[in-house]
Design a protein around this ligand. Sequence first.
Ligand code: SF4
Length: 216
Amino acid sequence: MVSKKKVAEMIDVMEELFPDAHCELNFKNEFELVLAVLLSAQTTDKSVNKLTATLFQKYKTPNDYLNVSLEELEQDLKTIGLYRSKAKNIQALCRLLIEEYQGRVPHIFEELVKLPGVGRKTANVVLSVGFNVPRIAVDTHVERVSKRLGLAKMDDSVLEVENKLMKLISENRWSKAHHLMIFFGRYHCTAKKPKCEGCPLFTSCKEGKRLIKKEK
Ligand code: SF4
């Protein structure tokens, strides 16, 4: 297992590469944030931002989403993947926000994951980005980078990866480390053709050595 010190050094390297790592979804409040993260499932942040630039003009409150038919909301979301289930979840989520939380987004993990369309990852992003609560949200990039760098095992579940990262990274760096690992995975240690040649973490990365050997 990689030591905490080594992991801190890896995070430092990522921070040098991506000093401006941040949430790339556009939002103006916690309500828009939860919707943007929900919409981003299996869709790029870029496509979500393109959609929400007009969507968030038309719909500003949970009531606004309930004042249209499901079909109309589906039409408004149809540029992104899974738009039918996302439209259904958004209306159910808005209904629950109104009925249970006076139209506001809760800031307790156990309550967030009860919202339709909100899983563990979305809840962690909302807490971390929207409410400044230290959390590590494990998305596809964080999972891949963690496994390649040996911070988790290749067959670990997402929850196991999250638990291991929380043990390996100091709590005061959880939220930043989450963004750094996303940027590192999105722009450097990509799913296909990661930039292993010249990677500043190559010497401590078994997977990089395996991938380069495979290419030759
Ligand atoms: Fe990713 Fe390759 Fe760098 Fe390892 S060496 S962290 S696999 S880019």
